[in-house]
Design a protein around this ligand. Structure first.
Ligand code: FAD
Ligand code: FES
Length: 263
């Protein structure tokens, strides 16, 4: 059951001009959270902005009861959140999300992410590495200035590839091309992805074509977060054209089997 609580902000870090990492004390949420879950944050006690903002869980420290999340300032909600200071209390509901990243049945896993979509992939990679899996990580960024969390992901990987679209840092090109090569060589049993929609679409099509188990986290789609609107509807794959069926990302996701959904 998700918990609603006021979590104390114990550490605030600025990773980039507009990207912040918050560590909050939330043992009741930490204890029941899994990789791929998210939280919803009420950023202000005022009427506006009324809706909670969904943010992925980046890292869980189960011993200390600390939950970490990272966010980019996009609009009013995240702007207000970015102004919180250490010692402040943050109104959080979590853990949320029905679908979680499941790697138990696979030994050689590929974790692929792009841009600010890499955040929910860290807890997954960390746990999989700890459980003795062979963790291959492929992260793609637009250019050198957008690169994030390189050392953190490297530390929880067996193989680590970082790409920039323009080659201003590390490998030039798209992360998926490096993943494809490893899949073609039979080195990967399952794929886990989160990132911009074009990347997710490409990963999904490739996984289906190669018949490789693949889970994707659909973070770009959400409205109320409560199951009450259609803001997060995603089409169920292979549903009839004249009577399409939909699932709610906030209730059934955000992590889905790639072949379950049409994106
Ligand atoms: C399940 C889930 C997990 C998420 N995890 C993270 C995370 O870990 N870190 C993070 O930085 N962001 C994450 N997001 C996106 C984050 O929720 C939005 O950026 C945030 O709600 C924007 O709120 P705002 O009030 O600042 O901006 P708004 O004023 O609501 O919107 C400002 C701009 O941001 C765009 N925007 C709003 N929501 C999203 C979205 N979901 N994806 C892309 N663009 C959006 C709007 O189209 C608009 O252009 C996640 C979203 C979902 C659905
Ligand atoms: S966000 Fe409103 S139903 Fe899911």
């Amino acid at each position: 059951m998700p918990k609603m609580l006021l979590a104390k902000l114990v550490k605030k870090e600025k990773l980039k001009e507009d990207i912040f990492k918050f560590s909050v004390e939330a043992p009741k949420i930490v204890n029941t959270s899994k990789q791929g879950n998210f939280i919803e944050i009420r950023v202000s006690e005022n009427i506006e902005p009324f809706l909670r903002r969904p943010i992925s869980i980046y890292n869980l420290d189960k011993e200390k009861g600390i939950l970490e999340f990272i966010f980019q300032v996009k609009g009013k909600g995240t702007e207000i959140l970015s102004k919180k200071e250490e010692g402040d209390l943050i109104d959080i509901i979590g853990p949320l999300g029905y679908g979680t990243f499941d790697y138990e049945n696979y030994q050689n896993i590929a974790v692929i992410g792009g841009g600010i979509g890499v955040f929910p992939l860290y807890e997954l990679s960390k746990n999989a590495k700890k459980d003795g899996k062979n963790v291959n990580i492929y992260l793609g960024f637009r250019n050198k200035n957008f690169v994030l969390l390189e050392e953190e992901f490297k530390a929880v990987s067996n193989k680590f590839i970082l790409t920039t679209d323009d080659g201003t840092y590390s490998e030039k090109g798209f992360a998926i091309d490096f993943l494809k090569k490893d899949v073609e060589e039979g080195k990967i049993d399952a794929i886990y992805a989160c990132g911009p929609l074009p990347m997710l679409k490409a990963v999904r099509s490739f996984a289906i074509e190669k018949d490789i188990p693949c889970q994707i986290s659909l973070e770009e789609r959400m409205g109320c977060g409560l199951g009450a609107c259609l803001g997060c509807a995603v089409k169920t794959a292979n549903s009839p054209k004249d009577a399409p069926e939909y699932m709610h990302v906030c209730k059934a996701g955000p992590v889905f089997e790639a072949k379950e959904v049409e994106i």
